[in-house]
Design a protein around this ligand. Structure first.
Ligand SMILES: [Cu+2]
Length: 151
């Protein structure tokens, strides 16, 4: 191998090195970008994080386990509704709901599962929460309760 051939070889190796570095850089940027966008979408999903004040309510065919819930006006609150019924119930398939129309709050718990709703009750007063899924829906007096919003 003469000097010219050696120089040509060295130049080719240098070029390959540069191409590899650029490819590696591109892959790194793509992987990082995908990771960041996944993280962002994970944290900006439609379900907001639970509020500091989280109230656990359970429901079965007999009604809610709480007939009255007290919250403070203007403070975000999360209701975690749990259905104690199994999926074999013909009436609603074991699902239950907790809803307050005045605040647009509604959550449906799957059979033997839980689900969250976070809302801010901004007007003091007394409101009705209800389940409109099982046994007669919201007309059923046992599937109702009172949400008291204190000033
Ligand atoms: Cu129900």
């Amino acid at each position: 191998m003469n000097k010219q051939q050696q120089q040509a070889l060295a130049a080719r190796r240098a070029r390959q090195k540069r191409v590899r570095a650029i490819a590696f850089g591109l892959i790194t940027v793509i992987v990082l970008g995908v990771s960041v966008s996944l993280l962002v979408s994970a944290f900006s999903s439609k379900t907001p994080p639970p509020a500091a004040n989280t109230i656990d309510i359970a429901a079965d065919m007999g009604g809610f386990n709480m007939q009255e819930v007290r919250v403070k006006a203007g403070q975000p609150v999360t209701v975690r509704l749990t259905s104690l019924d199994g999926p074999h119930h013909t009436d609603g398939g074991g699902k239950h709901q907790w809803a307050v129309d005045e605040f647009g709050a509604s959550v449906i718990a799957p059979a033997e599962g839980s689900n969250l709703v976070t809302f801010t009750p901004d007007k003091p007063g007394s409101y009705t929460y209800y389940c409109d899924i099982c046994c007669g829906g919201r007309a059923n007096p046992t599937m109702q309760g009172k949400l008291v919003v204190e000033a």
